[in-house]
Design a protein around this ligand. Sequence first.
Ligand SMILES: *[C@@H]1O[C@H](CO)[C@@H](O)[C@H](O)[C@H]1NC(C)=O
Ligand SMILES: *[C@@H]1O[C@H](CO)[C@@H](O)[C@H](O)[C@H]1NC(C)=O
Ligand SMILES: *[C@@H]1O[C@H](CO)[C@@H](O)[C@H](O)[C@H]1NC(C)=O
Length: 501
Amino acid sequence: MRKQVWLVMAIMVLGGLHMGAGAARHPVAIDQYIRMPTDRSTNEEGTKWAILLAGSSGYGNYRHQADVCHAYHVLRKGGLEEENIVVFMYDDIADNSYNPRPGQIINNPAGIDVYAGVPKDYTGSNVTVDNFLAVLLGEKDMLTGGSGKVVDSGPDDHIFIFYSDHGGPGVLGMPTNPNLYAVDLIDALQKKHDAGSYKEMVIYVEACESGSIFEGLLPGNLSVYATTASNAEESSWGTYCPGMDPSPPAEYFTCLGDLYSVAWMEDSEIHNLEEETLKDQYSIVKKRTSNDETYMSGSHVMQYGDNTISAERVYEYLGNDAANKNSSFYDESVLSFLPLNLPIGLHYIAKGKLAKGVHQRDADLLFLWHKFKNGKEGSQEKLKALEELLEELSHRMHLDKSVKVIEKAIAGDENEGSALKFVRPSGAPLVDDWMCLKTLVRTFELHCGSLKDYGMRHMRTFANVCNAGVKVSEFEEIASSVCAATEFSRAFSPLEVGFSA
Ligand SMILES: *[C@@H]1O[C@H](CO)[C@@H](O)[C@H](O)[C@H]1NC(C)=O
Ligand SMILES: *[C@@H]1O[C@H](CO)[C@@H](O)[C@H](O)[C@H]1NC(C)=O
Ligand SMILES: *[C@@H]1O[C@H](CO)[C@@H](O)[C@H](O)[C@H]1NC(C)=O
């Protein structure tokens, strides 16, 4: 039975290659994607663990928690046990007053509810950096609140981490303060490695500038392989947003997912993960996230750490849905020869073109805009939506302007502060002195107000101020004079909301 399927596939592929256009479109050797069923890992030892973390809150960030809930079901269908999957999410979406389907979350325009059944291990104020690191390290006594579930792994175990959120150079967001800094994540990985409490680990990160979390920081000798939605200096993208094709059901004013995140999950849902390697998945996700290599509304998916792990089957980490066991792993280009009736979420394959994304940082604005636009004319609600939109826009302008003036003051007027936008060559970390970076962030927030999600984009400037050896006292003097007169310094005071570093 299986042999026949293989044969049919081979004929269709060859047929395709003989049709001139087909050959031009698929120059890669197709046999690289087609393997004998015997050619697979049989390593069934050890337990598969996972940590899923949505680092944002608020209905405008619907997509991050939707990604994480969806991921939970992908892993459960793959055969992982609930007791081995730790979920962090703020949990303010399903019952949010804006949610058109109360009690449900979808991650795809045709999507079914992905909220039901997801364990509430760490929700609300329990979603913290300290709890995340304690869960990763298996340190139950370091937890504050939550279900108490930790990754209690042993030397034969595989660990998968998926993080979906806003980010900035060197930092990943949390719905609580402080945020997660790259240095603290890498330190924890080193510690976990030194404890010998896993065999290998795979980390998938969706966030703006997510490459900067690992660039020049994740050594190749920790048995950790990571891929990120974007490189160290670009945004990642929301998808299934209002106005896009495909767009969410009309009653949703918010993006349902993120491009890189839905790419790995929708790929995992149709392929036999006992045959597909992590490298195969990386290639597929990279193609979709780049918008078919145009990089228009798309980003560069990157890989870091121990690349030898990428030769392993995805199954080792995500398990495999029994329903996909009889399907062979093949490159998506092969699918175009097959008359498959694909579900709408996979519509990008069927149409041979990809859905465009929305800039991660603009996706929340899009929500505020739609909230305003769809509000009832003359209603209190519409007025409030407009106020929120204007407040968010002016807060963003305040941050951009303040940072710009500080840059000029530090770098000198003539070069417009461009030296502080400098991106170090690949292989070099964002900053050498992480304590300095955190101190500057706190100093900035003290005088200029909280950075919030949007302000994480300016992290590179703070890093470069440290790299240039500027004294904290000098920075503080400038920041305090630049922000002295602005209302936002008081409106978003870190003394009330906490510091993000
Ligand atoms: C945090 O965890 C504790 C202990 O499980 C729980 O009682 C509390 O309700 C949680 N807080 C939130 C906001 O979820
Ligand atoms: C691992 O790699 C790092 C950086 O590449 C190096 O400093 C460290 O000594 C290596 N550790 C071991 C145990 O080889
Ligand atoms: C896979 O193929 C086997 C053998 O033909 C069959 O018994 C089984 O039901 C199939 N499984 C699925 C999920 O289609």
